[in-house]
Write a protein that binds this ligand. Structure first.
Ligand code: HDE
Length: 764
């Protein structure tokens, strides 16, 4: 009790220091002003409009930075309270009858604390459970009024706040970032005409054509139900059993086995709306549209061996990368582009634009750049924002509409439905991260966790008692669905069937494979080899190779060879033996390597090894030059802390060979200095570092004496004369040529990878 009294006195003193009346300031959350008291605010979301965007998003400013103060909690200088606002005197001990006596049921403070804790978790998403989010804005390049009346596209320079969530699909919330998987790319636009969610992926096609098959697909790919393995992986029997029986998945499998499924960063992957949508203008004219996000930093991926290793050393690799890019001001940026085409044009295509397993090649309909998205603010609280955000394909605004894609139709139903159970009732649109910046007025009432306090006695329409309010906006302003053309075939009445062109399962799989560079084709074959070699039932492997023969004999042969399958099985029978002649046989933009980006260096991480006696001058100069380009250069030693350099100064290592393994970096610099090189050669980690950098085709600069470390690691320096010039990203220079080496290093780094030295199986 004495200690308690002292603690209370201490609290009071602290509170007094902060100038609170009576020395205490009970506070139940950072309620700046209760929403109902804000001038003019009559609903929760109305109050939000000033919080989230400050003023109308029209003024060209990004107000997402000063958002949501209404619900932010900052306990600096505050005393602790219960959820009812009662000050807590002691947060260490439960209430007992005597110090060694029984705990008392009346301890409402303990019970409130434990009860809340017991319910801290909510169900995770059934798919896309593991995600990372960021705030930012979308900025239109020019008015797109010719095609759409959608709010974000009405004026040049207009900024609309956004929240983005990137995700993997298969793994649980606590699984790893670098699994081979599709990545979700979901964008919520808080527009001044309501929320618009573009819930896309980093791959423009999907496994299935009809929502009817989605639960089957997800059950097949998720950990197998009897033993719940494998987590965050598709390399198992049930997935390949299902897809090998569903030839419509072949095109998607090409993408998922490509390097697209192991991105280097969320900032270096594309995003796609996948389905065909509609743009609708003021005149009510509608055109079809496909949405594309293209990263400014270029499209870059990991290699498989690297992805596997990273998942052990840093399962949060992508989440950390996103967080650090934003904290360091290297904001991830993406250009939004649209492919716009008419219904009449679509009717002439060799494929069906309602089929989500098909793309519209850029050679047929070029991508029109319409704006950019910048992610410039990390969430304040992972749970409140990234976990509680609820995206939904049904959330469209005037100017955007749906096509009849049967997969999209299923999604329009699914998202709200799943969120009602995940977020505990129908009012999750009132959770701050989900609520629109415009006012919400309707007669929907009650339900679990209702936040808004509706005034008056009217909750119906039409009414006279509230002057008819809220009234319907009418066709001029409100959302009006496009009266989509009913096609002749649909006059067949109700059917459970597919249009004929849906049955062409292979043409675009071939297009994708043929459009890749030889290096990328090998990666696709190797990914099939890896995944199928984990399948235990030979018949499944054979059926898959039989299906691949319809897409590419070359690929099927490489996969079969990798699986020791000789002879190859006969090709699977085709559902459509004579598919229409495709318009495009090769589409180079489908290759990742074709999109270097405008800021390819931004966000890269370079390791510079240090040890006692290191020649630090060139390293320090390089670090500065890299920083100017948004590249982080870190000193890595056998331990963290200071190392004396050859010139008697000290360099500080903030990472160690042990705690940040080499594969977490994009490039490696080995320093000059006899003593330093001798020390590094003594540490077995060094050779592992160098081998991984070499095997993963990353840029390596070896200066002066450090050439010895390459030899020790078994790197074939004499393999190729051009290596000395950095032709394959291995730059070896004498100590007095350090400057030239640094220049060559920066140039080689911009290439990301040097696949010229890749060998299968690896040489080193
Ligand atoms: Fe989803 N999907 N999906 N999906 N999806 C969900 O919604 C669903 C599909 C996508 O970061 C769920 O709130 C059906 C295609 C993303 O919160 C669920 C079908 C594409 C996210 C759901 C599809 C996506 C989801 C699970 C077939 C790319 C994560 C939790 C008809 C265009 C959003 C949730 C976030 C999440 C259903 C197919 C993208 C169950 C029924 C195609 C990015 O409602």
């Amino acid at each position: 009790t004495q200690a308690m009294a002292a603690a209370m006195q201490n609290q009071e003193q602290k509170a007094a220091e902060h100038g609170f009346a009576n020395g205490v300031q009970p506070i139940a959350g950072a309620v700046v002003e209760p929403p109902s008291r804000l001038p003019g605010a009559s609903t929760l979301s109305e109050a939000n409009s000033s919080d989230k965007t400050g003023t109308e998003a029209l003024d060209g400013q990004n107000h997402t930075i000063d958002t949501l103060d209404r619900v932010r909690v900052d306990s600096t200088g505050r005393a602790m309270t219960t959820n009812q606002g009662v000050l807590v005197a002691d947060n260490q001990n439960s209430l007992k009858y005597g110090v060694r006596g029984p705990a008392l049921l009346e301890d409402f403070i303990l019970r409130e604390k434990i009860t809340h804790f017991d319910h801290e978790r909510i169900p995770e998403r059934i798919v896309h459970a593991r995600g990372s989010g960021a705030h930012g804005f979308f900025e239109a390049y020019a008015p797109l009024t010719q095609y759409t009346k959608a709010a974000p596209f009405q004026a040049k320079g207009k900024r609309t706040p956004v929240f983005v969530r990137f995700s993997t699909v298969q793994g649980a919330r606590g699984s790893k970032d670098t699994a081979r998987d599709v990545r979700g790319f979901a964008v919520k636009f808080y527009t001044d005409e309501g929320n618009w969610d573009l819930v896309g992926n980093n791959i423009p096609v999907f496994f299935i054509q009809d929502a009817m098959k989605f639960p089957d697909l997800v059950h097949a790919v998720k950990p197998e139900p009897h033993h719940h393995m494998p987590e965050a992986a598709s390399a198992h029997d049930t997935f390949w059993d299902f897809v090998s029986l569903m030839p419509e998945s072949t095109h998607m499998l090409m993408w998922v086995m490509s390097d697209r499924a192991i991105p280097r960063s969320f900032a270096t992957m594309q995003g796609f709306g996948v389905h065909t949508f509609r743009l609708v203008n003021e005149q009510g004219e509608s055109r079809f549209c496909k949405f594309h996000w293209t990263p400014l930093a270029g499209t870059h991926s990991l290699v498989w061996d690297e992805a596997v290793k990273i998942s052990g050393a840093d399962p949060d690799y992508h989440r950390r990368d996103l967080w650090e890019r934003i904290e360091s001001g290297n904001y991830p940026e993406y250009e939004l582009g649209v492919q716009v085409f008419t219904e009449e044009e679509a009717d002439r295509y060799s494929f069906d634009i309602l089929d989500a397993t098909k793309i519209v090649p850029e050679e047929m309909v070029p991508i029109l750049p319409v704006g950019r998205m910048v992610l410039n603010r990390n969430p304040d609280n992972f749970f409140a924002e990234t976990e509680q955000v609820a995206f939904c394909t049904a959330q469209v605004i005037p100017g955007i509409d749906f096509s009849n894609d049967p997969l999209l139709a299923g999604r329009i139903h699914s998202y709200v439905d799943t969120q009602i159970s995940r977020l505990g009732g129908p009012n999750f649109h009132e959770i701050p991260i989900n609520s629109p910046v415009v006012q919400v007025h309707n007669n929907q009432r009650d339900g679990m966790h209702r936040q808004a306090i509706h005034r008056g006695r009217v909750a119906y329409e039409p009414n006279s008692l509230a002057g008819g309010c809220p009234f319907q906006a009418g066709a001029a302003q409100g959302f009006v669905s496009v009266p989509a053309r009913i096609q002749a075939k649909e006059e067949q009445g109700k059917v459970r069937a597919k249009p004929e062109k849906f049955a062409d399962h292979y043409t675009q799989a071939t297009l994708f494979y043929e459009s890749q560079t030889p290096v990328e084709q090998v990666h696709i074959a190797n990914a099939f080899r890896f995944e199928l070699s984990k399948v235990t039932v030979p018949a499944i492997r054979e059926r898959m190779v039989a299906g691949l023969r319809n897409a590419s004999e070359q690929l099927a042969k490489m996969v079969a060879d990798g699986l020791g399958m000789d002879p190859m099985p006969d090709p699977l029978p085709r559902a459509l033996p004579n598919p229409p002649q495709p318009e495009v046989m090769k589409s180079p933009p489908l290759s990742l390597l074709s999109r270097p980006g405008q800021a390819p260096l931004m966000g890269r991480k370079v390791a510079m090894l240090v040890a006692p006696g290191v020649v630090a001058g060139p390293l320090l100069r390089l670090q500065e030059a890299l920083l100017a380009q948004g590249v982080v250069g870190r000193f890595v030693g056998s331990r963290i802390g200071g190392f004396e350099t050859a010139s008697g100064d000290v360099v500080q290592a903030d990472a160690s060979l042990e705690n940040e393994p080499g594969f977490l970096f994009d490039a490696l610099v080995l320093p000059d200095g006899d003593e330093a090189v001798a020390a590094l050669a003594q540490d077995g980690h060094t050779a592992e570092w160098i081998k991984d950098q070499f095997r993963h085709c990353k840029t390596i600069l070896a200066m002066g004496a450090s050439r010895k470390l390459l030899t020790q690691a078994g790197i074939p320096i004499a393999m190729d004369k051009s290596l000395a010039q950095g032709g394959t990203g291995l730059i070896v220079v004498d100590g007095d040529a350090a400057e030239a080496g640094l220049e060559a290093f920066v140039q080689a780094l911009a290439k990301h990878r040097h696949f010229g030295r890749e060998m299968d199986p690896p040489l080193v």
